[in-house]
Design a binder for this molecule. Structure first.
Ligand code: NAP
Length: 282
């Protein structure tokens, strides 16, 4: 059977339609337009593009983006002060600090400074802890997008072997916790993992979050596995050699048009959740 293409782009359009209605209701009932603040430090071209795309998505669903651009030489203290200001700004429902920040900045400290109720990108360590414990908190956007793809395509996770390649704080680690909470048996692999191909061969669900183009090879894939390619490398190339792996799978996310658009959709969705909590007294 032909593998199913897990069309994140189409899903994200559907989600935006749902969000438009929810934002319209907030505006109607409160007279307020929810604001998502985005902070970008420096002018990394990929980050500039991501922040622009997030601002555009914000406008499409009827919210207002507030872009804060800081120079490359910004210090941790200066960035913390900006976050404090946004935390205290009553109009701001969500705060996104675009990753990565320049090396001199303590990124973890800055992520952790975002108030949990405004942490719509789910990067605060308290949000991670709460989500891991199954409590109500905002999830990291890309992992949330991956789970939403699995949910909307009715892909069973219970009892499945899920192998996550990568353990970064914004992707590998949180997606592994979400899969665990969804009753998968999860193995997390990283650069020190031995026998990676053999481990991946056991996987019913493979999540690649490595940052190496076409890292996952066809010979590692169990027939019928579900392939989630979170990678996004120069030239629109993912972390899975999809050309050769996809035909062996039962379903896969394309690159582009898979996980990427869902990341932005989840950021929007969690910002709307935050705005509803604030303005609709949910
Ligand atoms: P990262 O912080 O660089 O983490 C990469 C992870 O891969 C690390 O845990 C690393 O292991 C592991 N790794 C590296 N080389 C490996 C190897 N040879 N064997 C096994 N594991 C290896 O990257 P990230 O931020 O998680 O991003 C991963 C990918 O996702 C990138 O392609 C990025 O562009 C993409 N991404 C996409 C979105 C989206 O919205 N679509 C969002 C974020 C990221 P160690 O921990 O041992 O170093």
């Amino acid at each position: 059977m032909e593998p199913v293409i897990l069309n994140g782009k189409a899903l994200s359009i559907q989600i935006e339609e749902e969000l438009k209605e929810r934002v319209a209701k907030i505006k109607e009932e409160s007279g307020v337009t929810p604001v998502l603040a985005t902070i970008i430090v420096g002018d990394n071209p990929a980050s500039v593009t991501y922040v622009r795309m997030k601002g555009n998505a914000c406008r499409r669903v009827g919210m207002e983006p507030l872009k804060v651009e800081l120079p490359e030489e910004t210090t941790t203290e200066e960035l913390l002060a900006v976050i404090d200001k946004l935390n205290a700004d009553d109009k701001v429902c969500g705060i996104l600090l675009q990753h990565p920040v320049p090396k001199q900045i303590d990124e973890r400290k800055c992520f952790n400074r975002v108030l949990m109720e405004k942490d719509v990108d789910g990067t605060n360590v308290s949000s991670f802890g709460a989500v891991t414990m199954g409590q109500d908190a905002y999830k990291c956007a890309t992992p949330a997008g991956i789970m939403e793809i699995l949910r909307r395509y009715n892909i069973e996770t219970t009892g499945k072997n899920a192998v996550v390649i990568g353990r970064s704080p914004i992707l590998g680690k949180p997606v592994a916790m979400l899969l665990l909470n969804a009753n998968s048996t999860v193995t997390i692999c990283h650069s020190k993992t031995k026998n990676l191909p053999e481990i991946v061969k056991q996987a019913d669900i493979v999540v690649a979050a490595v940052g190496v183009p076409k890292f996952v090879k066809a010979s590692w894939i169990k027939k019928g596995a579900v392939l989630i390619d979170a990678g996004y490398n120069e030239g629109n190339i993912g972390d899975i050699d999809l050309e050769n792996c996809a035909p062996l799978s039962s379903a896969y996310t394309p690159v582009p048009g898979g996980v990427g658009p869902m990341t932005i959709a989840m950021l929007m969705s969690q910002t709307v959740d935050s705005a509803e909590k604030k303005y609709l007294k949910k």
